[in-house]
Design a protein around this ligand. Structure first.
Ligand code: NAD
Ligand code: MG
Length: 393
């Protein structure tokens, strides 16, 4: 029996994870669930999965959850705040942690799970983008097993040779090919992009996801963050990673070998496949996802990304090449800009301009401690807020 903590249980990945767990009650039990503010949803999850502990964002949310659970007769211990998130991610009773909080808020608990040597199922790409080598080293020192949930990285993981080391050296890998759908604005006239609404940006053609990652997919910052994620997960130099637009999202990514072979992982675009893969690895379990019908899909298309249309992708490559805390600055500025777009404070095309402004204005330093990374994160957030204030005044 594997005992699991889900950080971000009420989100899109959290709900998909619980869906897979519910199909295999003989293999998995839930130790802890967390949510930020959706208390009623979390209460319903606690009633169904009976975790020992549940964590929310504030004391008020905790009181509300405790009252709801009491009414249902559910004896889950309720806690709140970051220290509690770190505690349920690192507790001795836990084998596996699904890291599915969105954004920098997930860094501390995800790192706590890695430092405690857990099996870490990594959906929270922002945590790895920010902390890079620090995170990889912490996981290695503690003997944590890192399994990627991001569909591209999960696909690459499946396509790499079984004896792959920490870097591509000696593996015969020539290229890592990250596929990208191109999002909802792949063909929309560039000069009309300033007018798009949050609802249009969040309407992804192939995937149903949280709002932040949906906007990231529309700007292709998501792919930029994934390039950085691939760099750290697979020890791959920047020039070994290519992005290929593939609008159908059927090929989830590929690995190209020196002998000319290209291995790809295919499937219907449903996150329950990578979640089930990582949960059961190296075994295979049913996920509830329908078998892929290639004749139904009929056509697979590919094209090169257009950096004029998607400047965020270029900004992410630049940050990765710059190194140090540059990816943390990029990530923080992006989080603030995306939230400002969702709050109707700035237009869609101002997202990339805010990020470019912040990474140009702030010098990046060495990413030699989590404290240094968090300090840069805070500086970038403040700089992004100031810039947005200036734009909207
Ligand atoms: P979501 O917005 O649907 O859910 C986010 C979860 O994080 C919720 O449970 C929320 O309660 C929690 N949360 C939000 N802010 C928090 C805070 N400040 N402190 C603590 N908890 C907080 O997001 P999602 O789409 O499920 O994505 C989660 C992560 O997985 C992101 O990092 C995303 O990039 C990654 N991811 C998602 C998908 C997908 O298909 N949804 C695919 C690949 C990677
Ligand atoms: Mg992805």
């Amino acid at each position: 029996m594997q005992r699991i903590t889900i950080l971000g249980a009420t989100g899109s990945i959290g709900v998909s994870t619980l869906d897979v767990l519910a199909r295999h009650p003989e293999r998995y039990s839930v130790y802890a669930l967390s949510a930020h503010s959706r208390v009623a949803e979390l209460a319903a999850q606690c009633e169904q999965f009976r975790p020992a502990r549940a964590v929310v964002g504030t004391a008020a949310a905790a009181a509300e959850l405790a009252a709801l659970l009491k009414g249902k007769g559910v004896r889950t211990e309720v806690e709140y705040g970051e220290a509690a998130l770190c505690a349920v991610a690192s507790a001795a009773e836990v084998d596996t942690v699904m890291a599915a909080i969105v954004g920098a808020a997930g860094l501390a608990p995800t790192l706590a799970a890695a430092r405690a040597g857990k099996k870490v199922l990594l959906a929270n790409k922002e945590a790895l983008v920010m902390s890079g080598q620090l995170f990889i080293d912490a996981a290695q020192q503690a003997g944590a097993v890192l399994l990627p949930i991001d569909s591209e990285h999960n696909a690459i993981f499946q396509c790499l040779p079984a004896n792959y080391g920490r870097t591509p050296q000696g593996s015969g890998v020539a290229k890592i090919l990250l596929t990208a759908s191109g999002g909802p604005f792949l063909t929309r006239a560039v000069e009309t992009l300033d007018a798009v609404t949050p609802e249009q940006a969040c309407k992804h053609p192939n995937w149903a996801m949280g709002r932040k990652i949906s906007v990231d997919s529309a700007t292709m910052m998501n792919k930029g963050l994934e390039v950085i994620e691939a760099h750290w997960l697979f020890g791959a130099p920047t020039d070994l990673i290519d992005v290929v637009i593939h609008p159908q999202s059927v090929i989830h990514s590929m690995v190209s070998y020196v002998d000319g072979s290209v291995l790809a992982q295919l499937g219907n675009p449903d996150m329950r496949t990578p979640i089930a893969h990582a949960l059961a690895y190296p075994e295979r379990i049913a996920s509830g996802v329908a078998q892929l019908d290639l004749t139904q899909i009929a056509t697979l298309q590919f094209e090169r990304p257009d950096y004029q249309r998607f400047p965020c992708l270029a900004l992410a490559f630049d940050a990765l090449r710059a190194g140090g805390t540059a990816p943390a600055l990029l990530n923080a500025a992006n989080e603030v800009a995306v939230q400002a777009f969702l709050d109707l404070r700035i237009g869609f095309r101002q997202i990339d301009r805010v990020i470019a402004h912040v990474v140009e204005a702030l010098p990046h330093g060495a990413a030699d401690s989590i404290e240094a990374v968090m300090a840069q994160d805070a500086l970038a957030r403040a700089a992004a807020e100031r810039h947005i204030d200036g734009l909207t005044r």
